[in-house]
Design a protein around this ligand. Structure first.
Ligand SMILES: Cc1ncc(COP(=O)(O)O)c(C=O)c1O
Length: 423
């Protein structure tokens, strides 16, 4: 079988390590399933991102939706990253992690009134607006408290991100953003919204984009649009290109990230604005793994099934989008043959699969497998379905192990739920 390794997830003496920690030893202490994140991998990914856009006037606002563990947010904020929050809950987390308001962007495709009130009463760098109604509400709520809200209209540039349809966000008819024509009407009527400073413009065309074309087309289209906005007397200070930069999920994938960045730099420079990036997956995905024990091996018809103690409750991406995650044993044993198996979870859903017909080294029950690239859109999408407790999140820094979040207890499952005698 192929192995997925990085500088921070490597095999030593046939045993998988995260930085200097042997993962087999870690699971003995903390059990499975467990999420493990490498601090130095997060740092390296962030630095790689920043380096690729050197020479540009830009800032990174890490998209907390991809992994909002408090310490992940804190590590990135300490490196100089702002944080893009998508809801009141993510705002709360970012504040708990110590992020200053000015380092926050308030995103959200359907903000509630409470979220709008929170956003306008804080001092975030920008609040995104995704419809005329939202612009009206932001103006009204800011007016009530005598503030001028810094707003970025999220435009739908109608560019196909050429990625999975479930993570494409900028095609015609999408629920995300505002059309060009409606945005021009809003900008033309800017004087009707005295409590808004239209200082930004925003797009986010999709996720896991691995080729330059969708980004280049989107920026070119937006460049023409910015000229029209300028003609209406609106001076845009921040151009927010969103996130979406793809990563290598398979050992054989070859990242074109630096190539994409090099093509984007001159284009973005010509916009004459501060550029804002909101990468999520690029920063955290390959910095995390989900470790899970094989609880059963069985046959079903002509299939060999490996059932893990993690399921879609801990990593829903394969069931949700048919996503590929490389899966490999913590212990390599060259005497064992490769076998072709379906790898499932223990959840009562037939979509509870991690992989179908996957080649993997034959591994026995009670051994542990590593599901790679589980640092993004894994723990944040986890659930208590089937009465399951969320796993711990552990952060490794060289030879140090930090439990950032413990395994939920059964009491967590009952949070504030009570027996009502009258019923
Ligand atoms: C508005 C916005 N910004 C940033 C991101 C982060 O995307 P990615 O993790 O693909 O970089 C998302 C993801 O859905 C998003 O919706």
């Amino acid at each position: 079988m192929n192995l997925y390794t990085t500088k921070f997830f490597t095999y030593k003496n046939n045993s998988l390590y995260c930085e200097e920690i042997e993962l087999n030893k870690l699971t003995k202490e903390y059990g499975t399933p467990v999420y493990v994140y490498s601090k130095n991998s997060i740092i390296e990914n962030y630095n790689r991102f920043v380096k690729a856009f050197e020479g540009l006037n830009f800032r990174v606002f890490y998209a907390a939706k991809s992994n909002y563990n408090l310490n992940v947010i804190r590590i990135l904020n300490k490196l100089g990253s702002g944080i893009d929050v998508n809801s009141q809950g993510e705002f709360f987390r970012a504040k708990k992690a110590g992020v200053a308001d000015k380092d926050l962007i308030f995103t959200g495709v359907g903000k509630t009134l409470d979220e709008i009130k929170l956003a306008v009463s804080s001092n975030v760098l920008m609040i995104k607006a995704e419809s005329l109604s939202e612009v009206i509400k932001i103006n009204r709520e800011a007016g009530k408290i005598g503030k001028i809200a810094p707003v970025a209209l999220r435009i739908n540039p109608e560019v196909d991100a050429q990625t999975h349809p479930h993570i494409t966000t900028a095609v015609s008819g999408s629920k995300f953003g505002i059309t060009f024509s409606e945005a021009l009407v809003i900008y033309g009527n800017a004087s009707k919204y005295p409590h808004i400073n239209f200082c930004g413009i925003d797009i986010h065309i999709g996720s896991q984009i691995t080729t330059p074309d969708p980004f280049i087309t989107a920026v070119s289209v937006m460049k023409d649009f910015l000229l029209k906005v300028l003609q209406l007397g609106i001076k845009i200070e921040h151009f927010d290109i969103g996130g979406g930069f793809g990563i290598e999920y398979k050992p054989e994938d070859n990242s074109k990230f630096e190539e994409i960045a090099a093509l984007l730099v001159p284009l973005l420079k010509s916009l004459d604005c501060e550029i804002i990036f909101e990468p999520g997956r690029f920063i955290t995905a390959n910095a995390g793994v989900l470790l899970s024990e094989i609880i059963y091996r069985k046959r079903s018809g002509d299939k060999e099934i490996i059932m893990l103690d993690a399921g879609t409750t801990e990593l829903i991406r394969p069931a949700f989008y048919g996503s590929y995650h490389h899966i490999q044993p913590l212990n390599l044993d060259e005497s064992q043959p490769d076998i072709v198996v379906d790898i499932t979870g223990p959840i009562c859903e037939s979509s509870d699969y991690f992989a179908k017909e996957r080649t993997i080294q034959s591994t026995i029950e009670e051994e542990t497998l590593a599901i790679m690239c589980a640092g993004s859109y894994a723990s944040v999408m986890s659930s208590n379905y089937n009465g399951r407790r969320r796993p711990p999140e552990i952060i490794i820094d060289k030879n140090k192990v930090y439990v950032s979040r413990s395994r939920e207890t059964f009491e967590h499952l009952l949070y504030d739920e009570k027996i009502i005698k009258e019923l």
